[in-house]
Design a protein around this ligand. Structure first.
Ligand code: PGA
Length: 249
């Protein structure tokens, strides 16, 4: 059974493992989508894979009511221009979403950078035109980045824009995917993510234990972007035992 504990004023649901974390998060999503159409802001990476596997099984009942907005997508430099990575590249997040969630189903989905990659905030306008985000699934990186690639030092007022991927994250992603990480990405901003009505933050595994502890106990500040989540009024913090292992120490 999951338990709830409070650290630094934040109520955290601690689950036995990644599977239980994924089941609890999926139940919240299914309950919400049961009664209404839903705009979802979604990440990639290893953290949400359990949730996506469970949601994919329910695809037929979910996809007609859901519109997915991805948080980020890689970009590559070709000659002197930077452009969105090809959707057929195995490292692209459009491929990832197809593999883990969408399959061959017809799904309404958006990715930042399709419209253009030059103008900050274009994607935010598209999200607003669709009525905003009802539910955001979110994760954190080992350096505290969150809502996509918002690295340490990112302004809390940031919106969707082009960023250069930092070396540490490149190496982590390379190890996890076995593929070379591109140099650039379009990512939503911290402000974009925080405008979601409701957030499910998932943190899993021992490699996230140090950063989760910092995100909970350190002052809310731009050097640790994920601390901004403590300002959100409707964020479910759902973490597994391994990620929670350094809380309270
Ligand atoms: P991960 O990535 O889910 O693969 O740990 C999280 C992130 O870097 O945001």
């Amino acid at each position: 059974m999951p338990r709830k504990e409070v650290y630094g004023g934040v109520t955290i649901t601690i689950t036995k493992d990644h599977d239980e974390m994924s089941k609890i998060a999926t139940a919240i999503i299914l309950d919400k989508i049961k009664s209404r159409s839903l705009n979802l802001l979604v990440p990639t990476g290893t953290t949400p894979q359990g949730v996506y596997t469970l949601l994919k099984e329910q695809g037929k009942s979910i996809f007609p009511k859901a519109t997915f907005f991805n948080m980020d997508e890689y970009c590559v430099q070709s000659e002197d221009t930077i452009k969105l990575i090809n959707s057929t590249s195995p490292v692209s997040y459009r491929q990832y979403m197809k593999e883990w969630l969408f399959g061959e189903s017809q799904v309404r989905s958006y990715f930042p950078g399709i419209e253009n990659i030059d103008q900050e905030g274009t994607y935010d306008k598209i999200i607003k035109q669709h009525g905003g985000i009802g539910l955001c699934i979110n994760a954190i990186g080992e350096d505290g980045h969150t809502f996509g690639f918002n690295f340490p030092g990112t302004s809390f007022a940031s919106r969707t824009r082009l960023v250069k991927i930092q070396q540490q994250t490149k190496e982590v992603n390379q190890k996890l995917t076995g593929m070379e990480t591109p140099e650039y990405a379009m990512t939503i901003g911290l402000k974009t993510g925080m405008e979601s009505e409701e957030i499910i933050l998932l943190v899993s595994g021992e490699r996230k234990a140090d950063i989760l502890r910092k995100v909970i106990i350190e002052p809310i500040n731009e050097k640790l972007p994920a601390t901004i989540l403590r300002n959100h009024k409707n964020c479910h913090w759902i973490v597994d035992e391994a990620a929670a292992s350094k809380l309270g120490k």
